[in-house]
Ligand binder design. Structure first.
Ligand code: PHE
Length: 357
């Protein structure tokens, strides 16, 4: 019987498989990998020796060798996964903080689990009021392009009205092209664009969210604050519809003893525009530091959507009209809960926060 280089292949394969099973760590595996399947491994040496076989035997021997390699490489990969998983378990066990004693001794039960901040609670309450009135709730991004925050809202570059919003710019792209939104009004634009694209007018939505202005915090202002925007686009909408919604909202949210009023105002994206004010709850209208001795607190602005804004998003203003409003969520919380200084909302004093759960 002639001998072939592959006579011991079965034993050699078994040997390799038990070597693989004996690898104890992932480092171990890395060190031995070359000897098991690499260029100087038994398998590679056998591969080279096939040349001594008669051509008619070579094909069969090659196939057997290939099969052996497949088995060995598969086993090596499986072992690699096992050892990796083991290493992960070890790291986790090693990094685990043993808090056993601390948990038992230091925490008073029942432990306090915290609750949403008053601003979050207020946002939810406002959403509820508007949802009950038939509005849907939408959200938009806090970082906006100049186009959404200003231009599409009928505030072209260098327009003097830009001074109404002290703006934080984001260091992205061309200077002063990306902003932290100064109000929630850009979300109106996103909503109208989407409605046009999906042929889904009318719109009856409110859009709550965080806004930013380069303002110095004082009893009525924060540099990071929250607004809720409202937008109705439908057929035959007029200023009277806006006034009705504002009045209904004020009664539903503040109760019967708080009055609201609309004063003529100016916003580039609404015409006519108004400022929306409520009785100062700190002094009940007498005048105090919080309301700058006027007896009224400005909650926000509103008005009939300017046809130029509808044109910017491709809505036909012969068919559609609408109104918009936007007011401060933090201000609402302040007036509803008679908080003299709004900065309390962000100071994280638990004695303050705990009162609103
Ligand atoms: N975006 C305006 C502001 O923050 C408020 C507003 C919203 C005015 C909608 C009119 C219509 O100053």
């Amino acid at each position: 019987m002639t001998t072939s280089p592959l006579d011991d292949l079965a034993d050699q394969t078994q040997q390799l498989l038990s070597n693989i099973a004996a690898l104890a760590t992932i480092d171990d595996l890395r060190e031995n990998e070359a000897a098991i399947t690499g260029r100087r491994s038994v398998l590679s040496t056998l591969q080279k020796s096939l040349g001594v076989l008669a051509p008619e035997d070579r094909k069969d021997a090659g196939a057997r060798l290939q099969e052996a390699r497949r088995v060995v490489e598969g086993a090596l990969e499986d072992r690699r996964q096992e050892l990796r998983a083991l290493a992960r378990v070890e790291v986790l066990a090693h990094d685990r903080l043993d808090l056993g004693d601390v948990v038992v001794s230091a925490v008073q039960w029942p432990a306090s689990v915290g609750h949403p901040n008053l601003v979050a609670i207020t946002q939810r309450e406002l959403e509820d009021v508007f949802v009950a009135m038939g509005f849907t709730v939408a959200e938009g991004p806090e970082v906006e392009s100049d186009w959404y925050n200003f231009e599409a809202l009928n505030i072209p570059p260098a327009h003097p009205a830009r001074g109404m919003w002290d703006t934080f710019y984001v260091d992205l792209g061309e200077p002063e092209t990306v902003v932290l939104r100064t109000h929630t009004s850009p979300t109106q634009i996103h909503l109208m664009e989407a409605a046009v694209a999906e042929n889904a007018l009318p719109i009856h939505s409110v859009m709550p969210g965080r806004c930013y202005r380069r303002d110095t915090p004082d009893p009525r202002h924060l540099a990071t604050f929250h607004q809720i925007e409202g937008l109705v686009i439908d057929r035959g909408i007029a200023f009277a519809d806006l006034a009705g919604v504002i009045e209904t909202f004020t009664r539903a949210y503040f109760g019967p003893d708080i009055e609201s009023r609309l004063r003529p105002g100016y916003f580039p994206f609404t015409e006519p525009s108004a400022e929306f004010e409520v009785t100062c709850t700190i002094c009940r209208g007498e005048g105090c530091r919080t309301c700058s001795h006027t007896g009224w607190i400005e909650l926000g602005g509103c008005g009939v959507v300017d046809p130029a804004v509808l044109a910017a998003v491709g809505i036909d203003s012969d068919e559609w009209s609408g109104f918009a409003f936007g007011f401060g969520i933090d201000r609402c919380a302040q007036m509803r809960h008679e908080i003299a200084d709004m900065r309390a909302l962000i100071e994280n004093d638990v004695r303050f926060l705990e009162q609103f759960s």
